[in-house]
Design a protein around this ligand. Structure first.
Ligand SMILES: [Zn+2]
Ligand SMILES: [Zn+2]
Length: 340
């Protein structure tokens, strides 16, 4: 089968013929319908910062169709009513299934988690081997090609917003830094909460237009930061950083309220200072990575009820490197999906 793989950090992805996996035990083989292209994939392919073993097939935002499975997967597929023609989206935080976090349904936190496109081969390929049917969520009438971004761009901000609930009472002020693939979902989750003021800081004016159409109240371009306090009506109760560079974290520090929350989602590798002098008093800091399996089921439910909007643009799997370049150049308004 065809796969787009990273061999050396900073070198173009290589399109290769690799053996098609054979599912054994509880494994399920997914015929990939589409795999979203995420900024994290760029960081993985082009830097050594995220410590992966190469060669590796990238891609952690996968949806498709069940192709075949090992004998140990039959009962799980039956229980989840997943056998048949319907599409599935793949939950990507593959934990051990046995530790305290996994048993509590927080599998994305598992200390020995191995995820597709990070520690194991991912979805930039014609097929993806999934270790267990519990990682699959049925898509009903949603098209897997279009639904692929739900696996990360959809679920990760869902969890970030859910974890910020205590700070998002009516009248609260939220500032989003970056409104690309993930930020556009975050705006919609925030809009579902009563009376939250939503400000977006972006470097791309077109993305600000999209943010406004999705329900953001205020948009600030880079260079307009002096307007943020007045626009929001004060410091932000929550700053969501969907970029995660030193610069954007410095903005988060500047605009978070005393007692407010900085939620770091973007994996650009930035750092911020922590300490009394560094932050408003009693501010909280957290990261969010993936969501839980239940979070993904909730997101799919919203999508199936047509409560979420997102735009996808497809490119052939063979053009994976060109897709990375377009994302690096900031030329992607929604989510790029690679189609084998
Ligand atoms: Zn991602
Ligand atoms: Zn575990």
């Amino acid at each position: 089968m065809l796969a787009a793989r990273t061999h050396v950090a900073g070198e173009p992805l290589r399109l290769e013929e690799v053996p098609r996996p054979e599912p054994t035990g509880s494994e399920v083989l997914i015929r990939v319908g589409g795999c979203g292209v995420c900024h994290t994939d760029l960081h993985l392919a082009r830097t050594d910062r995220l410590h992966i073993e190469r060669p590796l097939t990238l891609g952690h935002e996968v949806a498709g169709w069940i192709d075949s499975w090992g004998p140990g997967a039959s009962a799980g597929l039956r229980r989840a009513r997943l056998a048949g023609e319907n599409g599935v989206v793949v939950f990507g935080g593959w934990g051990c299934g046995a530790c305290r976090d996994c048993r509590r349904g927080q599998e994305q936190r598992c200390g020995s988690s191995r995820s597709p496109g990070f520690q194991l081969d991912g979805g930039y390929a014609e097929y993806l081997l999934v270790p267990d049917p519990r990682h699959l969520v049925g898509l009903g009438d949603l098209d897997p090609v279009r639904a692929a971004p739900l696996a990360d761009a959809g679920v990760t901000p869902f969890r970030a917003v859910a974890r910020a609930a205590a700070w998002l009472e009516p009248g609260a002020r939220a500032l989003l830094i970056g409104s690309g693939g993930l930020g556009q979902f975050a705006i919609q989750y925030l809009r579902r909460l009563p009376e939250v003021v939503i400000g977006v800081r972006e470097i791309d004016p077109e993305k600000l237009d999209v943010a406004a159409a999705l329900g953001a109240d205020l948009g600030f371009l880079a260079g307009e930061e002096d307007l943020i306090f007045a626009g929001l009506g004060g410091p932000a109760d929550v700053v969501f950083d969907f970029v995660g560079t030193d610069d954007t974290l410095a903005l988060a520090t500047r605009f978070v309220a005393p007692g407010g929350l900085v939620s770091l989602v973007g994996e650009a590798g930035g750092r911020m200072e922590f300490g009394f002098e560094a932050l408003p008093v009693e501010a909280w800091l957290t990261t969010t990575s993936w969501g839980s399996p239940d979070d993904l089921r909730d997101v799919v439910r919203l999508a199936r009820r047509r409560r979420l909007q997102w735009t996808t643009e497809t490119m052939p799997l063979a053009d994976a490197e060109a897709a990375h370049q377009r994302l690096a150049d900031g030329e992607v308004p929604g989510r790029l999906v690679l189609v084998p």
